[in-house]
Design a protein around this ligand. Sequence first.
Ligand code: A2P
Length: 340
Amino acid sequence: MGYRVAVVGATGAVGREILKTLAEREFPVDDIVALASPRSAGREISFGDRTLKVRNLETFDFKGWDIGLFSPGGEVSAKYAPIAAKAGCVVIDNTSHFRMDPDVPLVVPEVNPDALKRMKRNIIANPNCSTIQMVVALKPLHDLFTLKRVVVSTYQAVSGAGKDGMDELFSQTRGSFVTDPPKIEQFQKQIAFNCIPQIDRFMDDGATKEEWKMAVETRKILDPDVSVIATCVRVPVFIGHSEAVVAEFAEPVDLARAREVLREAEGVILRDEREDGGYVTPIECVGEDATYVSRLRVDPTVPNGLAFWCVSDNLRKGAALNAVQIAETMIALDLLPRHG
Ligand code: A2P
């Protein structure tokens, strides 16, 4: 017997990937509903070899539904996730709204699955896409050498800003060949042929909210004693986030041991050949589940430092796959009650 699953924000970039991931992984689904705004009600959307008719979230009753996989944007989740949770549906929310709530576990299954046992509000938060791939790569190194500080620069794909962000890169790029003036709506500046060092709004200390998220979420998931300074940059890539990570550890690092644990770590693929093209770029990770680590080397400027490059599909491990893995882990830990 399977579960009754609601996908909220099903017409969006992450929602579609969630439907695809559920079908590909043969998640035990008894019944599934695709929910979005009233604008999309009645539209058809595919789920494996089936077609689902999109229904209106505003009038949907979550009673009797076991799992809600939410990615409709922060404000919509803020309103509807508690309604679903109160109706007995376990919500796995992909927005940033609940992530730092102490009663809401923030989970990457390869890193902190036991946090799921501390769920109090029927809501689990899926971390930020940039945080997920970084902690998946850092966890085995942290277990070995005890992580103290991270300096990270990100190169983030436009799909992190949803389907409208992808459309904007496409239309600005196409427009440049027919000399249309670029229309700037989703990003702060032109994104085609450019890099923008701002993701989300500015905080009082000059960091952006995306950079703040990487710091606080890493501490909540991995270790409260780790400090993180991030510079988050939007780049003209459709799918796949990249990160240049420099990590300082408490204990002496051994490169061969680091390679060994990364090679064995769950969710990580080490591809690091120290030759032309012997590393993974974002276009190569599209549709893949792993976090790819390349360019691993010692940082000789600090006592116990390692530097590396990592890429991952931000819509998959950065969002949809991690959410589905959370649901699978809950089933494995016997934490997901069925209503049927
Ligand atoms: P819709 O397509 O009907 O607007 P993305 O992040 O790729 O832009 O996707 C956002 C997702 O959230 C879409 O599925 C979108 O549905 C959905 N959404 C946005 N606003 C609402 C709302 N008020 N109620 C329900 N779903 C919403």
